[in-house]
Design a binder for this molecule. Structure first.
Ligand code: URP
Ligand code: ZN
Ligand code: ZN
Length: 479
């Protein structure tokens, strides 16, 4: 047998194993793993370098319609380009239903936006902002059959939020259809009350965004989200968890055997509230929700990554440039309440966490792979095609350089956003080569991808029970 491509002398790390040898690839899939495999039509000598599964970024926003006149800087082309250059080979952005809109129409529009543009593979989560009986009874099952098997709901943002009754209706439908639910947990009324008081007192600079969204509002909503999930008896994942008090809620629920999963993001490991700045608009670069906290909360997140509280580490890439299409849509001196929320991070997610997590000894390499690739693939119904290095899996691979001495510079990145919040942060690791289905999309500093190469991935029913963080006990999916 002649392989299309053989990667030789790889130091292979998966979520559970580590071994040295060769990877044979045919027709975009892994055909053999072994030592001294036969020749390939092409060969790559990994030279003993670390090789991991391609990243699965299960929380990013690309070309998502907004309701405030802003426009996301990244579409499927620039977003997936930057994913490829940072070692991510599957992205799962959100087909977002606006209130009053059909969910099926929102998905059709999103397919249209992705068509012919993606450089790496992609699937869709759904965002449900209007859970009418027709949406839950007729549209959701149809979309599940088409491969959209996960849904995000919001407890905050006026144009997105659901009340508790609506959340229960959606969770019940999710249980019935075998859909996995992601929850943005912040208390909307507390935020509005605090924001009104701050703006009323003239405290409008970006840094007051953090004052309007203290840890308490996340803690309360996390607690409530867990209670609603318990009542509906359905697994849920709390997205973008920012600090200790939310972690404590999640850990307690997991300890009780509840089916609670959790995601965090690089902004809660590498940014703090201080990055929201002084009185100028510069701090708008780091306005995201929940906001970055402080060093002690960063440590609580690292602890949660290491001890199994978190199953997923995503970027929550939400790409708004600093100009009038983006962060300054309401003006460069607009109050923080009118600044679009979100920061870019698709390309820097894996290098930052490899550097400051694995190479710094905070998490081991298997935890890194589990959090950034294997677990999201399992949770969202893409495993074993994605998320591992195994015979039959797609040949989505990252060959790493792990002895670099660099800093993050936006000028080196491949997204279309005009800044990175991580400018100047130290980096020791970066993908040397990224392969998506056996094709090099990034190699030694060169983007080699092609618009339209990336395929839509219909997701199977999610497999949360197959993901057991060390925080979990017992069976996790009873629906
Ligand atoms: O601030 C954030 N996180 N923006 C993106 C949208 C979301 O809530 O995930
Ligand atoms: Zn969110
Ligand atoms: Zn998000």
């Amino acid at each position: 047998m002649t392989f299309d491509l053989v990667i030789r002398n790889a130091d292979v790390a998966t979520a559970s194993e580590r071994w040295q040898g060769d990877i044979g690839i045919t027709a975009g899939r892994i055909a053999a793993l072994g030592i001294a495999l036969p020749a390939g039509r092409q060969e790559i000598d990994a030279g003993g370098r670390l090789v991991t599964p391609g990243g699965v970024d299960a929380h990013c926003h690309l070309d998502q319609p907004t309701s405030d006149g802003s426009k996301m800087a990244d579409d499927f082309l620039t977003g997936t380009r930057s994913a490829a250059c940072g070692g991510t080979t599957t992205v799962i952005p959100f087909a977002c239903q606006m209130k009053g809109q059909s969910l099926v129409d929102a998905v059709a529009d999103y397919h249209h936006r992705a068509e012919g543009k993606a450089a790496v593979d992609y699937a869709f989560h759904l965002i449900v902002s209007d859970p009418t009986p027709a949406v839950l009874r007729d549209e959701l099952p149809r979309l599940v059959a088409e491969g959209c098997t996960s849904v995000k709901l919001y407890m905050t943002y006026d144009d997105m939020k659901l009340d508790d009754r609506q959340i229960l209706d959606l969770l019940a439908a999710a249980r019935r259809e075998g859909v996995f639910t992601m929850i943005h947990a912040e208390n909307a009324d507390c935020i509005a009350w605090l924001a009104d008081a701050l703006v009323g007192a003239g405290l409008t600079a970006p840094r007051y965004h953090a004052h309007a969204r203290p840890m308490l509002v996340e803690r309360e909503a996390t607690h409530r989200a867990i209670a609603l999930a318990e009542l509906a008896d359905v697994p849920v994942l709390i997205v973008h968890v920012s600090g200790r008090e939310a972690v404590a809620q999640i850990r307690e629920a997991q300890g009780l055997g509840l089916k609670i999963y959790a995601e965090t993001c690089p902004q809660y490991l590498f940014l703090t509230e201080d990055d929201l700045g002084g009185e100028g608009f510069e701090g708008a670069k780091c306005i995201c929700s929940p906001p970055p906290r402080d060093k002690a909360n960063q440590q609580a997140i690292w602890n949660g990554l290491d001890n199994g509280t978190f199953q997923v580490l995503s970027s929550d890439h939400a790409p708004f440039s600093m100009g009038p299409d983006g962060k300054a849509v309401a003006g460069a001196d607009a109050p923080f309440t009118q600044v679009p929320n979100g920061i870019p991070g698709l390309e820097t997610r894996l290098p930052l966490v490899m550097t400051h997590g694995v190479l710094a000894g905070r998490i081991d390499i298997h935890t890194f792979v589990a959090l950034t690739s294997t677990n999201p693939a399992r949770l969202y119904g893409l495993f074993p095609r994605k998320g591992t290095i195994a015979v039959g899996a797609d040949a989505d691979l990252v060959v790493w350089d792990t002895d670099l001495d660099r800093t993050v510079r936006n000028a080196d990145l491949h997204h279309a956003v005009d800044y990175t919040p991580y400018e100047g942060q130290a980096i020791r690791a970066w993908p040397r080569i990224t392969l998506c289905r056996g094709r090099a999309v990034w190699r030694e500093g060169q983007y080699l991808g092609e618009a339209g190469f990336g395929r839509f991935l219909p997701c199977d029913r999610p497999q949360p029970a197959a993901v057991r963080g060390r925080g979990h006990r017992g069976p996790l999916w009873t629906a």
